[in-house]
Design a protein around this ligand. Structure first.
Ligand code: IPM
Ligand code: MN
Length: 345
């Protein structure tokens, strides 16, 4: 039976448009093999739109985005825009408004890819980063701004509901995997309020999943073990900021940010989920056909899996895996990587 989905495309800034173009070629090719079509609409958002209109993401646009089945995002951020304007006003606004409480970030070292680690053990784990709370909410403010007595407060907001829903998602995910192991990462020896809430919630939800092995690590130790013993991880659940930092380490040990995919997921289906490469807009190489579109292509695989088409997702991942072996250390252009992966589908 053929299927049709509405896909919103936000190519965004820097290398975003280039990697998205390659991602969409893969989406269409694999879609057609599985009788799945995508009705796409591009949204002109990002630095250029802000310069032109003074707005980042108008409420009407957000309302429009809600009517889509999913969103593909390239990258946001540009040196011509003050830091935080696009990050908070566009990316985080969508994550919060659409309750993307799961920020899913696989860490897999594909055969043939060079890791900076000397380990020969397979690396294959998933970080479930909380996406709507923690220090990301923007709660806080200044007192006596720009005086010698200036105070800046940045509050971390943690709710029982917020911790519980992401922790339960992570347990469910761990229970479907071979190793069935879930690691909670926090800093409950110092952050005794938030850490305590997370730990208690984790311990309680664990009772529903007797088949899942559990472990707790402080974030500093987890950062170290990502580098020294990455093979020991299966599924990791953690708060928004710890997850942000840890997933850059995870990307680095798996061959770099050019390969790291992610999904901002609303598991309830109430709002569209959004898929994006972990990397940023890389303005220094933008428009030069140099960016690696692999992370975006792997994010397309996550999109198919989210839509329930595991076969299509696996086919894309297998094509990427073959290409990663074939490419070796050859430097290839954005288009060339896209062509090579397309030819393997
Ligand atoms: C990421 C990015 C974002 C984040 C920034 C751009 C707001 O670093 O997706 O990891 O911190 O979540
Ligand atoms: Mn990040």
């Amino acid at each position: 039976m053929s299927k049709s989905y509405k896909l919103a495309v936000i190519a965004g800034d820097g290398i975003g448009p280039e990697v998205v173009t390659q991602g969409l070629r893969v989406l269409d090719k694999v879609g057609s093999k599985y009788e799945t079509s995508f009705v796409k609409q591009e949204f002109e958002l990002g630095a250029a739109y802000w310069h032109k209109t003074g707005e980042v993401l108008p409420d009407e646009t957000l309302a429009k985005l809600k009517t889509f089945d999913a969103i593909l995002l390239g990258a946001v951020g540009d040196p011509s825009v003050p830091s935080g304007v696009l990050e908070r006003g566009l990316l985080l606004k969508i994550r919060f408004a659409f309750e993307h409480f799961v920020n899913l970030r696989p860490a897999k070292l594909f055969p043939g890819v060079n890791s900076p680690l000397s380990t020969k053990q397979p690396i294959d784990f998933v970080v479930v980063r909380e996406g709507t709370e923690g220090p990301y909410v923007g709660a806080g403010g200044f007192l006596s701004k720009e005086t010698p007595a200036e105070v800046a407060i940045e509050e971390s907001i943690n709710t029982r509901r917020g911790a519980e829903r992401v922790i339960r998602y992570a347990f469910n995910l761990a229970s479907t995997r071979t190793d069935k192991k879930l690691t909670l990462v926090h800093k409950n020896n110092v952050l005794v309020h938030a850490g305590n809430l997370w730990f208690r919630t984790f311990t309680e939800v664990a009772k529903e999943f007797p088949n899942v092995k559990t472990e707790y690590l402080h974030v500093d130790a987890a950062a170290m073990f990502f580098v020294t013993n990455p093979e020991k991880f299966d599924v990791v659940v953690t708060d928004n900021l710890f997850g942000d930092i840890l997933t850059d380490i995870a990307a680095a040990i798996c061959g770099g940010i050019g390969l790291a995919a992610s999904g901002n997921i609303n598991p309830t289906g109430e709002f569209p989920s959004m898929f994006e490469p972990v990397h940023g807009s890389a303005p220094d190489i933008a428009g030069k056909n140099l960016a690696d579109p692999t992370a975006t292509i792997l994010s397309i695989a996550m999109l198919f899996r989210h839509l329930g088409n595991n076969e299509a997702a696996t086919e894309i991942e297998n094509a990427v895996a073959k290409d990663l072996i074939a490419r070796g250390d050859n430097k290839r252009s954005t288009n060339e990587v896209g062509d090579a992966i397309l030819a393997l589908l």
